[in-house]
Design a protein around this ligand. Structure first.
Ligand SMILES: [Zn+2]
Ligand SMILES: [Zn+2]
Length: 380
């Protein structure tokens, strides 16, 4: 005598469709094969619940079941489910993607014949670029050794003129299934190692692997403004995937080579220019290198050491397109280290002509010193 469907799901006779659905979902999770491995009773409950749900979710079948019992749905159902996959295919909507994926993992990829397509490995390369190249963008040609599909055998691995035969153990699926009670568990075919094919006469070029190691030139487009230690992804330029899977990617790690004159500060470029103290005092014009040639700049009379002058838009373009950096020119005033007697005398005259304090900063310093300590000089 078959059990009552309402009883199986644990719902009342007037339960709503939503209640029926959630009761079934709850049972399906409880009897989940991951939770109850090798539990015959759980398996039976899982199967019965599926049958009950198949009838009670359908208003027409449910009405006939209510009126005539199991006899009422014979012929029109209930369906009997022989594998888990039948259940999942029928009621996938009940489980939702979350639970479906749990089941999918357990059964090696959900419903349908599984193919062992795997993405190829990613590769990496290092690229050094100059400041000028980083500013303007550049195309670099990278020499790369990577596995590629063998052209001699068209990646089949079989000697030209022969062809691989379908693996008899898995019928070309690359997987073998084994029954574990009510459920079916898949695993990679040991005979063909997942390829689904067996090569009897291997290609001599690739020794049957279908892959050969090739040296390739790959053009890498480096965008203007790229920063040091950036990583560029070049899709599809990695190793080929297995069994027709997609290629991996190539990752380019960019290093900005040191520049003899410039330093990078974000999108700005910093350059220190030495200026003699007489030039700084009297003012001068200096020639300044930029990434795009020489520029002439005016240094105003009385320019102090450490002053930063700005050349607008002579820095790096922002790599994300947010404008352009500047070139910062830092003035380094050099004090002469060796002076001739004549020069010494001239400087002494300069000091006398300007009074005791020739420098505005020194004057300010002396004022602060006096204010802080008064007339009493700090003791050593
Ligand atoms: Zn080959
Ligand atoms: Zn096989």
């Amino acid at each position: 005598m078959a059990r009552d469907y309402y009883e199986i799901l644990g719902v009342s006779r007037d339960a709503s469709q939503e209640e029926v659905k959630s009761a079934y979902r709850k049972l399906a999770v409880e009897c989940h094969p991951d939770r109850c491995p090798d539990d015959k009773e759980a398996e039976e409950r899982f199967k019965q619940a599926a049958e009950a749900y198949d009838v009670l979710r359908d208003p027409d079948k449910r009405r006939r079941y209510d009126m005539f019992g199991h006899e009422g749905v014979r012929g029109a159902g209930p369906r009997t489910f022989s594998t888990y996959e039948d259940i999942f295919a029928a009621f996938g909507d009940v489980f939702g993607t979350g639970l479906g994926s749990i089941f999918g993992d357990f059964f090696g990829g959900g419903s349908g014949p599984a193919t062992r397509r795997t993405r190829g490995a990613s590769l990496r390369c290092e690229v050094d670029i100059t400041f000028e190249e980083a500013a303007d963008g550049v195309e670099k040609i990278i020499l790369l050794r990577r596995a590629e599909r063998c052209e001699t055998c068209d990646a089949t691995g079989a000697k030209p003129g022969t062809s691989p035969r379908t693996c008899p153990a898995c019928n070309g699926h690359g997987e073998v299934t084994r029954s574990q009670g009510f459920f079916t568990v898949r695993s990679t075919c040991p005979q063909c190692r997942g390829r689904g094919e067996i090569v009897d006469t291997p290609c001599s070029k690739c020794r049957g692997t279908g892959l050969t190691s090739q040296e390739r030139e790959i053009t890498v487009k480096i965008p203007p403004g790229i920063e040091d230690s950036s990583r560029l992804r070049i899709p599809g330029e990695g190793e080929p995937g297995e069994h027709g899977g997609p290629n991996g990617d190539l990752y380019c790690f960019i290093t900005l080579k040191q520049h003899p004159l410039f330093e990078r500060r974000g999108d700005d470029l910093l350059l220190e220019v030495p200026v003699s103290f007489t030039e700084a005092a009297l003012g001068t014009r200096i020639e300044v290198p930029t990434l795009h040639g020489l520029r002439t700049m005016k240094v105003a009379p009385g320019t102090q050491s450490g002053t930063i002058l700005r050349l607008r838009s002579e820095g790096f373009p922002n790599v994300h397109g947010y404008g352009q950096g500047d070139q910062l020119v830092k003035i380094a005033v050099e004090v002469p280290k060796k002076l001739s007697r004549d020069q010494q005398n001239l400087i002494k005259k300069l000091a006398e002509a300007g009074g005791k304090h020739v420098s505005p900063r020194k004057k300010e310093y002396a004022r602060k010193l006096k204010k802080h300590y008064g007339e009493n000089k700090p003791r050593p």
